[in-house]
Write a protein that binds this ligand. Sequence first.
Ligand code: NAP
Length: 258
Amino acid sequence: MKLKDKIAVITGATAGIGKATAEYFAREGCNLVLIARRVERLEALKSTLEEKYKVKVFIGKVDVSDFSQCEAFFNSLPDELKAPDILVNNAGLAYGMEKLIEKPVEDIDKMFDVNVKGLIYITNLFVPQMVKKGKGSIVNVGSIAGREVYPGGNVYCATKHAVKALSRALRIELVDTPLRVIEIAPGLVETEFSVVRFKGDKEKAANVYKGLTPLYPEDIADLILYTVTRPPHVQINEVIIMPTNQATTTIIHRENNE
Ligand code: NAP
């Protein structure tokens, strides 16, 4: 088992990429601290993973965009969980596809609060303890939206460009430590992401993945597992991963596309 008795903190663990990563890590013997807002899902995942893989799972109902919630949860953890071997900053979302000048202010705030500020809050709580421990991997889930900009992507793209900038900044600042900073930048992954983006409109969400085989959350979990299990002298800085029929955010080959 590649992660036996290690500890990983994963944000956004109740769905999609975070949930798949929790399962991939648990299968490798990793104990987990899982963070998200939907506590019933966290509880269900905890009991499934503990039973199936005999690992310890600690859960936190935390909105990462609220620093006081992040801090209270962090302070409630036993010391060994405050210094994980792996931190996966995955929680994130997009709202809408409106033009920038038509974007509702609450959607703008939410995307920046979760995708950027939430990532910084969680990083700033856990990473100092990882530095003290003298080892660890930080994985930030960015996006190809952090490399390109597409129509309607405006604010979401800005937040993911920020994730890239923050990952690069942290890598520079931790260069004299054994810690490594890894950014994973996926293209289309079929998760709850599009249902959230279209505020529950499942038909619109399904259209995003229509006519192509998208990536699945397990593909990203597999990649994250690969990056964190390299030898300690190897740091995979950034990985862009897309479905085979996607070349850019907008150039996508779809079968039977009328
Ligand atoms: P998802 O299925 O919607 O999962 C998102 C996760 O984030 C959920 O567990 C959600 O849990 C959590 N979350 C959202 N807001 C949160 C908050 N305020 N506090 C704590 N947790 C929060 O979407 P996904 O595709 O797996 O997204 C994971 C990451 O991948 C995101 O950063 C996203 O930007 C990135 N990404 C996705 C794609 C894609 O095509 N799907 C492509 C590139 C990058 P709760 O609702 O329970 O809080």
